[in-house]
Design a protein. Structure first.
Length: 337
């Protein structure tokens, strides 16, 4: 893909792994489409939003949730892309017609990276813009035959984020929760026991590590359509790295703490490079999280709850500011959600 989506039937070669999956978590779908109309574009309204971790502000903090106000929309009789909140790091995409055909959303980032998602008909879903400022192309495609997809809609938008944190402070396609979610309720419960930002991060991290076990059976059988259901993870108290990292990110985000769900490769001298999911958390403060994870203030810090779940919090070498060793790359990030 060259970076431009052309108006013709294209061969969209789907190389979808676990991270590029589909589905809507029950109870936390976002926007149901009814009568979709072509909405004329209106002048952009620039809104500056300061994101501050909840533990550092007053209790009146409101959990940030996405919406689709319809101020900036590209649409036709089949689909729409609402980019009114592009400055907040997300777009909402929907497909209005009933269809049994597979639907795809393709987002090409300013750096040329491609993010491919499944899309459910009749549902408007939230997709993050996680590569910073610049030009993004968002397109909707419907399956035609074999690996051939036909173009339904595309739009190119210029994005200037309110700040670097906004794409990582709300629910989206993968990190899917809502105000009424059990995951949100649990995070609020943990916050009441926390006296500082680092206390809150530590409380979430410790809860996940101590209560969510690694599901080896699921890891052996999971397919590319898998997507975490946070309610199920909490209920069953188990999951794979995708689940564990997503649960951690959702609990932190629901309390205003900027958190990235990251996919990439983890290096182990015994097993080599393994595809993996972890979390990156922004901290203004220096301090310990868990027994062996140190956060540096003023930067994004790596947090791997899955590794700690599998080996225990005493596992050495999970330092928030260290991502490589003499053995080679330990964590190599590819995708952010």
């Amino acid at each position: 893909m060259s970076g431009l989506v052309r108006k013709r039937v294209i061969a969209l070669i789907i190389t979808v792994s676990v991270l590029l999956s589909s589905g809507i978590v029950s109870g936390c779908g976002f926007f149901v489409l009814e009568n979709l109309e072509i909405i004329p574009e209106t002048p952009e309204v620039v809104i500056h939003e300061q994101v501050v971790p909840l533990a550092q502000i007053d209790p009146a903090f409101v959990i940030p949730m996405p919406d689709a106000p319809g101020l900036l929309v590209e649409s036709n009789n089949k689909a729409y892309v609402d980019y009114s909140n592009k400055h907040l790091g997300y777009v909402t995409v929907g497909f209005s017609e009933a269809t049994d055909n597979m639907l795809r959303v393709l987002i090409i980032t300013p750096g040329g990276n491609e993010y491919i998602y499944n899309l459910n008909p009749g549902i408007g879903d939230v997709f993050p813009l996680t590569s910073g400022n610049g030009s993004y192309t968002i397109s909707v495609h419907e399956h035609y035959v074999d690996n051939i997809y036909k173009d339904i809609l595309f739009v190119t938008i210029d994005v200037v984020l309110s700040d670097e944190f906004v794409p990582f402070t709300r629910p989206n396609k993968f990190v899917n929760y809502c105000n009424e979610s059990p995951v949100t309720a649990k995070a609020i419960e943990l916050r009441k026991e926390s006296n500082s930002f680092l206390d809150m991060v530590d409380a979430v991290y410790s809860f996940v590590v101590e209560n969510i076990s690694y599901d080896y059976e699921l890891a052996d059988t999971v397919d590319f359509n898998y997507k975490p259901n946070l309610n199920t993870i909490l209920e069953n108290r188990s999951g794979i790295c995708f689940d564990i990292a997503t649960l951690t990110a959702a609990m932190l985000r629901s309390q205003g703490i900027p958190s990235k769900l990251v996919f990439g490769y983890h290096y182990n001298q015994n097993t080599g490079h393994t595809y993996h999911a972890w979390v990156s958390v922004f901290s203004d403060e220096d301090g310990m999280i868990g027994n062996h994870t140190y956060f540096n203030g003023g930067t994004w810090n790596l947090l791997d709850p899955t590794l700690a779940t599998m080996l225990g919090q005493s596992v050495p070498g999970i330092n928030g500011s260290v991502t490589s060793t003499s053995d080679g790359s330990v964590y190599h990030a590819l995708y952010y959600y």
